[in-house]
Write a protein of this length. Sequence first.
Lengths: 343, 465
Amino acid sequence: MDAIILQVLNGLDKGSAYALIALGLTLIFGTLGVVNFAHGVLFALGAFCAVTLQAFFSASFSTVDESRTDFLGNPLKVEVPYVEAWFGETVGGVLIDWSVPLAILLAIPVMAVVGIVMERGLIKHFYKRPHADQILVTFGLAIVLQQIIKYFFGANPIPVPAPDAFRGSFDFGVMLGFDPFTIIYPYWRLVYFGFAAVIIGGIFAFLRFTTFGMVVRAGMADRETVGLLGINIDRRFTIMFGLAAVVAGLAGVMYAPIVAPNYDMGMNFLVLSFVVVVVGGMGSLPGAVLAGFLLGIIESFASMGAVIALIPGINQVIIYLVAIIVLLVRPRGLMGRKGVMED
Amino acid sequence: MSNFTRRRLLKTSAVAGGALALPTIFTSRAHAFTNEPTGDTVMLGFNVPQSGAYADEGADQLRAYELAVEHLNGTGADNGMLETFRYADGSRTVLTGNGILGKRVEYVTGDTQTNTDASRASARSMIEKDGAVMITGGSSSGVAVAVQALCQEAGVMFMAGLTHANDTTGKDRRANGFRHFFNSYMSGAALAPVLANAYGADRKAYYLTADYNWGYTTEQAISEATEGVGWETVNKVLTPLGQGDFSSYLTPVLGSGADTLVLVHYGGDMVNSLTNAVQFGLREAQANGKDFQIVVPLFSRLMARGAGENIKGIFGSTNWHWSLPDEASQVFTRSFGTKYGFPPSQAAHTVYCQTLLYADAVERAGSFNPCAVVEALEGDDSLPGIDSASNRGFVFDGLGNGPTLYRAADHQCFKDVLVVRGKEEPESEFDLLEVVEVTPVAQVWYEPDHPQFAGGQLGECNPGA
């Protein structure tokens, strides 16, 4: 029982990331009809917003401490972060410590601009082209963006710690009456799950309860009619692309303390998120969220020792197996509209 | 024929051309051996990971290669370990900082991407296009074994960089290949007594192991050695290279009855798995009435830096550390530290040594011919403490590990092994590991046909031509 609870918890954080990325993918596919292979790299860009802000706050100048020596016997150079010199050690320390949550403030405008520039500058020219062309151009764009990240940040994972207050882990087992140390879960992953829930809730509320959202939903259902009604649907769709980029970016920012950001982290998530979209149903937002969490949890069950002992390597392929079965049995996906991908 | 486009034509002809060009790599014309240097320069190929999970180690190795080239050419700020390098009889190396056999050393670099195909492609290009007469590098044993086999076929020397799997000088040993770095068996032999001493002889261990040859041999070496001191192995789980998030592999550990986790991971993987393990509370946990412990068999300072606070108090083994007090280590640390502003890693140290050892062997042989170089590196000396019929080879000193034997039987170096621990109170950002014990070579040596190394044949040296 404890192992099952543990794997469900385990699936939640990965599932949250899948759901957030898949949500953005679905928004773009549903509104613009574009299959965006550059979406994973937007997730990575978000994570690197956290890296950048941490580096910015940690930027330091060196002073020489004559009383100590370095490894070569020269006087020791001590690095002092500018923020600590300007705002005092306490405020500076807090800024550095909280750089990941603060990076959300940086990521929102950055990702919105990146998304809008991407859509206006490149993807717009591919609306009328076949899906294969769209995939090629967005995939190419993803490779270019990845290499830009690699150029500036190098090829190595860069550890970005969560704020001190959220380090460490939480003993769920004791709370539920199990022995201590049977169900342990890091605080930051709980935070991530909560954060994802808020974002997902926000997107759904935005689409359901605002006029803008209503127009977008109408556009997703029938673009032409909405255009005939005199509504500039293109502009709204551009904004939706920006919004999808922001969602992917925020998912990346908060994921940085879970796995140290690496320039190619986006690709891993991209492929899985496409599977999530397909399983959930192309164009279905609730489907994307449901499938995200479902696949996250299935994946974590498949990595249990007992399961791997039974079928070696199952944890590596389980998601694709599920996708194959869903495509065979129900090609429109779990919550896809009838007719989508079935003609 | 309408879809036989220009692009397709180009592609087809490129493939065909490549296929036709392939066999010529291995057949040089009018030379005594592959890529015989005829001008006033000699070309070396430095093949290291510049991307992927081991890129940090690769970058540091490149720095050390550049430093070695400066020292060999006599263009550096100092002469580095050329000043300390000694033979068995105590005499100085024949290297004088005037290139190798009077030829100026030039080099090309390649990116192995920590991937056997990519590493072979880049080694092949260095041999074929750039005329490299020696390839060196590694940082993944999978890569080292693949490139070593390629060099054997091509008839050039392979001086292995950081590669720790038993296989490199075990079942996959080759006559043209030599390894200065220590190996999995030696880590197990050095670590087991220290672990038993620190954590007791009654421990149940759980292994998370990188899924390639280094992981397999290290897992085997550590489990056999610790079982020898009374530990029990509860479970062994393979993890893919470059996994990123190890949480799903870590969560079953606490419920498994184990009280010790052995992370057979290196580089970026180890940084991620250890960080995840700490996030999941493994270092605060209790199991079987004892404090839960984590062991990392192969440690490096670069990994310690990546893992930050998490590394403190954790045991591992290492080939070399910059804080060693001997003259050679200090000279090398000063030379590297002055040029780059930070101390060298074990990866940097081993490749620097390999470059010097190669150059020295060429000088002594009087030829770049791989067969002559192999003969010079094989030697017929013996090392005090492990003097036996099978332990004959080239003995040297003054490269930072004390007296060292390059054993002729399998082309493996034998020297003392360092057991280290993450330092609790670091004095600087580089002061991350403390040397707990220098395990003497007599405790870590083995016969060339030891079961963990069995099945390999050096074969004949191959000069190519």
